[in-house]
Design a protein around this ligand. Structure first.
Ligand code: F6P
Length: 325
């Protein structure tokens, strides 16, 4: 097993709060173990463009509490072509790098897998996406902060919804994943949650809103993941108001869910994942994604991590049904 002396770290794809504490953990644990670290700016694009600079203990000072990513992020379509990967590999060799740690979601992991297969370089993936949809882990960096940001916004919307006797449709992020919608729905006491994983029966949603109103309910909050089969928040809002006449307003939380101060849980998971990534490299575990499942550390083959999405716990949907009567 070749000794790992020098590594690079990058963040890629949609950013997520908690990426900074993850970078901090990777850098500090690597240096503690005698490994040199280079930071790649702007994700895979920066790897192709040679935006690679040394990092040290102080480079990552003061970032544990900051949202965003100090290494910046980008989606890099060129990286899926062999030519782009080759350019990245040339830079990788030029800097005498022994391994790459990539922090991001499934697109980032697919890039990492291609890079490891085509160029035979060791890679480790750290799951970071607000969508929480990576196979092999039940937590991804950014998720807890995103849920808290959305919950805080929905609490405020509930105040005004109740004052005016209105229904609010709140669109949260998740083109293919309903995790944020479902968890924030439970945490904010929403009346309904519409997610891409299950077909939406809009008439049942409307019946439920009307039943609530006839019982004297002062407001309704309907959470819609952006990828829901109704067509998203705007369409849902239109259908509800059109069919019930109930004054309905739409709020799209959008990218605000990707920002914000990382929660305590986020910082702890970020620190743990960074530590696990370096430990894995030292133990010769390559081409894997670190993660956690039911409280235990996990190491999932990258090809398995990208094979499918992490399934939604459907029992939470049943729980929500019972809580929102
Ligand atoms: O994957 C993270 C995510 O925030 C999704 O929830 C959302 O659908 C998508 O990224 C938005 O991507 P972009 O920032 O490129 O518009």
């Amino acid at each position: 097993m070749p000794k790992i002396k020098k590594i690079a770290v990058l963040t890629s794809g949609g950013d997520a709060s908690g990426m900074n504490p993850t970078i901090r953990s990777v850098v500090r644990c690597a240096i503690y173990n005698g490994i040199e670290v280079m930071g790649v700016y702007n994700g895979y694009q920066g790897l192709m463009d040679d935006e690679i600079l040394p990092m040290d203990v102080s480079t990552v000072g003061g970032i544990i509490s900051r949202g965003g990513t100090m290494l910046y992020s980008a989606r890099a379509p060129e990286f899926i072509h062999a030519e782009g990967i080759k350019k990245a590999a040339d830079n990788f060799r030029k800097h005498n790098l022994d391994a790459l740690i990539t922090i991001g979601g499934d697109g980032t992991f697919k890039g990492a897998l291609d890079f490891s297969v085509i160029c035979d370089f060791p890679v480790i993936g750290i799951p970071a996406t607000i969508d929480n949809d990576i196979n092999g882990t039940d937590y991804t960096i950014g998720y807890d902060t995103a849920v808290n940001v959305a919950m805080d916004a929905i609490d405020k919307l509930r105040d005004t919804a109740t004052s005016h006797g209105r229904c609010f449709v709140v669109e949260v992020m998740g083109r293919h994943a309903g995790y944020i919608a479902m968890e924030v729905g439970v945490a904010s006491g929403a009346e309904e949650v519409l997610i891409p994983e299950t077909p939406t029966k809009i008439n049942e949603v409307i019946d439920k809103i009307e039943q609530g109103r006839s019982r004297g309910k002062k407001s309704s909050i309907i959470i819609v993941a952006e990828g829901d089969d109704t067509g998203g928040g705007a369409k849902t809002c239109e259908m509800i108001e059109g069919k019930t006449g109930y004054p309905t307003r739409l709020t799209i939380l959008g990218h605000m869910q990707r920002g914000g101060v990382p929660t305590a849980q986020e910082r702890l998971m970020a620190s743990r994942f960074g530590y696990m990534a370096i430990k894995a490299l030292l133990e010769g575990k390559y081409n894997i994604a670190v993660g956690t499942y039911q409280g235990k550390n996990t190491f999932t083959e990258l090809k398995e991590a990208v094979r499918k999405k992490q399934e939604i716990p459907f029992e939470d949907i049943e729980m929500l049904k019972q809580l929102s009567i």
